[in-house]
Design a protein around this ligand. Structure first.
Ligand code: BTN
Length: 248
């Protein structure tokens, strides 16, 4: 059952101790017609990452999914994902962590000068709609907040490990406020994203379903696609096509 969460936020909060996945619950709410609902849980038994990967979600993290009904066409939906990454990075920076964004939407902490990083948070967006109109869009954010280093997956870090434990209620509030500010001003998303980008200026290799792109990441487009200068010219990689990106 949902518990009163006591948060002043631009979303109505539905809080649970434990769920399979907050994205699954938020999708149910979306299908029921809900709008501006944030589903939060202390832990997830079946947290999901991008590309059907598992997402470890022990107690102490921030596992939250937001239901949106934006008046936008599907090609602009990635802006919501980038906005969530920016909002999460900003909240983490306020908590004292040097959070940056690895394209498209991993919130990471740099660990060396060669593009090395550890993952702090991720975003999983799911949507339903027609070709010209988004009906609903669920944006799920997972943040390793007060999570012990020993229980983290490989190449991951937590706010607890990099700074100190956070007041999760305050963290979620900041995250949701920042996200709301950006989703109501979509023109501001890409400039805000650029400021926090770890990927721009790096030489990268991106795996796509059928091939790979190697080159210098120079910019993102107004819909969040990555512009890469390769030996054979300029390529634009959309967020949906990226299976993996690594600095080379
Ligand atoms: C990724 O980096 O692969 C995305 C991870 C997204 C995890 C969050 S946690 C809250 C929401 N519920 C889920 O099952 N997944 C997202």
């Amino acid at each position: 059952p949902a518990i009163e969460y006591g948060l002043e936020a631009p979303f109505s909060i539905e809080y649970h101790d434990a769920v399979e996945s907050t994205n699954d619950l938020a999708r149910e709410r979306a299908v029921e017609g809900a709008v501006d609902v944030a589903v939060l849980a202390d832990q997830q038994r079946g947290g999901r990452g991008r590309l059907d990967r598992e997402w470890s979600s022990p107690p102490g993290g921030v596992w939250v999914s937001v239901v949106n009904r934006p008046a936008i066409a599907p090609p602009r939906a990635p802006l919501y994902t980038l906005a969530a990454a920016v909002a999460t990075a900003r909240a983490a920076r306020e908590a004292g962590v040097d959070a940056r964004i690895k394209w498209p939407n991993d919130v990471v902490v740099p660990v060396d000068d060669d593009g090395g990083y550890l993952k702090l948070a991720g975003v999983l967006t799911e949507m339903e709609g027609e070709t010209d109109r988004v009906e609903w869009l669920v944006v799920g954010v997972g943040v390793n907040a007060n999570v012990d280093a020993a229980t983290l997956p490989d190449r991951a870090t937590s706010v607890r490990e990099r700074a100190d434990d956070v007041d999760r209620r305050r963290f979620v509030q900041r995250l949701l406020e920042e996200f709301d500010g950006l989703r109501t001003d979509l023109e501001a998303v890409v400039p805000a994203w650029r400021e926090l980008a770890l990927t721009l200026g790096q030489r990268v290799r991106i795996e796509r379903p059928r091939d790979a792109v190697v080159g210098d990441a120079v910019d993102v487009t107004e819909t969040g696609a990555l512009v890469v200068d390769t030996d054979d010219g300029r390529e634009t990689v959309s967020t949906g096509d990226c299976e993996h990106l690594r600095p080379v």
